[in-house]
Design a protein around this ligand. Structure first.
Ligand code: SF4
Length: 437
């Protein structure tokens, strides 16, 4: 295992080396992780085509490597939410990857025979599809809001993403999670003149959901989320504020979609309230496993709840939702960030692997998103982890998942190569993969 965190520049040679070395994860997953860590550079020619695809809705964070104000080609309005890569040098099965704008990325999206293709070092890695615009995006709410702002879909239309509170009351460097740009992204979207509602109105959400209910067959799941509420919001506690949404949704559309919530780690009694409201899957994200790093990287969570308490609550919540329906997220790669992170891939995987084993041994299946070093965060723009780290991480995740014979995480659609739609890491792409010689 490599013992340096110097960023590995992407090249065809590196991809082929990883393909030879990591035989228990598919090549689709290896490339997906590399595109996620590096971002995409769309040519002006690609962005100038007709906008007949769904562009980035900035559903919660920016997930870009540069600020909106530095996007000279109109990427913020024209880049697709996701791309689906097929064929090319590695003969890939269709692979859905979230867009992270980065004009300095080695991954170039250019036209070839009038179709967008992904290139690295001039080599064609596959043709690209962009996600379709749902038919109901043509409507406007009575209050004058666009569906893509109120209830955007991601994961190729599978997930309705309801960021009902676009800020977080963990505020400033002493409280915000060091990798998170929710508050900064809100400000930059407003500064760019984009409609970007801070606290979403229930009536707007129900109105958009009524169009989805009558016109859409692709969306199967909704996620309710937003920043943490420390004091109160709209004169409500955090639990009461967030509870209003699933209660109203499930009352109007009982069981129409699977309801999930991404929120702080709550005590069991509060979890029960969400379960009773109709929420089926709970994501109390623990972000990073190592105790010292949790304290440095999640200072707000540390001082308001504390790591031990957080983890105890995650475990306790399994009694309410059932262990397979508790899916805490961690930010893959942030344990190698500067200045506090581990020095080596080996240490990072040992620590993260310990966390995976801890939760998976109890039937709880953590998932991960791929850390994007966004410019306005405490960690700032910096060289992210090497591709080799992500290959090791996927291998460890899959090994531990298989060791405990765990079921496919609910609420993510079909698993496996060519099926997975979860676009911000490849954990769903590796499920069921049998390896290659
Ligand atoms: S709790 Fe942390 S990760 Fe979540 S929104 Fe607040 S600052 Fe961001």
């Amino acid at each position: 295992m490599e013992t340096t965190t110097i960023r590995q520049p992407s090249s065809l040679q590196l991809l082929e080396e990883m393909e030879r070395k990591f035989r228990f994860i598919p090549m689709e997953a290896i490339l997906k992780q590399d595109v996620l860590r590096q971002g995409l550079d769309f040519s002006q020619e690609v962005l100038n085509r007709n906008l007949d695809y769904k562009s980035k809705d900035y559903f919660i964070f920016s997930f870009d490597h540069i600020p909106l104000s530095e996007m000279k080609k109109g990427e913020d309005r024209k880049a697709p939410e996701e791309v689906k890569i097929s064929g090319g040098h590695f003969g890939l099965q269709p692979t859905v990857v979230s867009t992270r704008n980065n004009p300095n990325s080695p991954y170039k999206v250019n036209l070839s025979e009038n179709t967008p293709h992904l290139f690295l070092d001039g080599v064609d890695l596959g043709s690209l599809e962009f996600p379709p615009i749902p038919s109901w995006y043509r409507h406007k709410t009575q209050s004058g809001k666009f569906p893509g702002e109120i209830a955007p879909v991601i994961e190729w239309g599978y997930l309705i993403y309801l960021t009902v509170f676009r800020n977080c009351q963990y505020f400033g460097k002493d409280e915000e999670c060091a990798f998170c740009d929710i508050n900064h992204n809100y400000r930059q979207q407003k500064n760019a003149g984009r409609p970007y509602t801070g606290v979403k109105d229930l009536d707007d959400i129900l109105e958009v959901l009524s169009w989805i209910d009558s016109e859409d067959e692709i969306a199967k799941v909704y996620t309710i989320t937003g920043g943490s509420v420390l004091t109160n919001l709209k004169k409500k506690s955090e639990v009461d504020f967030y509870l209003d949404y699933p209660r109203a949704i499930e009352e109007k559309f009982p069981g129409r979609w699977m309801g999930k919530i991404v929120a702080q780690a709550f005590e069991k009694e509060d979890c029960q309230k969400f379960k009773d409201a109709g929420i089926q899957v709970y994501h109390p994200n623990y972000e990073v496993w190592d105790k010292n790093l949790f304290e440095k990287i999640c200072p707000g969570k540390t001082s308001w709840i504390g790591r031990d308490n957080w983890i105890r609550r995650v475990v306790d919540s399994a009694e309410v939702f059932g262990p397979s329906h508790v899916i805490p997220n961690f930010v893959g790669g942030v344990e190698l960030s500067q200045p506090w992170g581990f020095e080596t891939i080996e240490e990072a995987i040992r620590s993260t692997g310990e966390g995976l084993d801890f939760f998976m041994s109890k039937g709880i299946v953590p998932r991960f998103t791929t850390w994007c070093p966004e410019p306005f965060t405490t960690l700032g723009t910096q060289a992210g982890p090497p591709l080799e780290y992500f290959c090791e991480l996927l291998t460890k995740w899959k090994e531990t998942f298989e060791k405990y014979s765990l079921p496919t995480p609910p609420g993510y659609g079909e698993p496996g190569v060519g099926n997975a739609v979860f676009s911000v890491s490849a954990f769903m792409d590796v499920i069921g993969y049998r390896g290659r010689n």
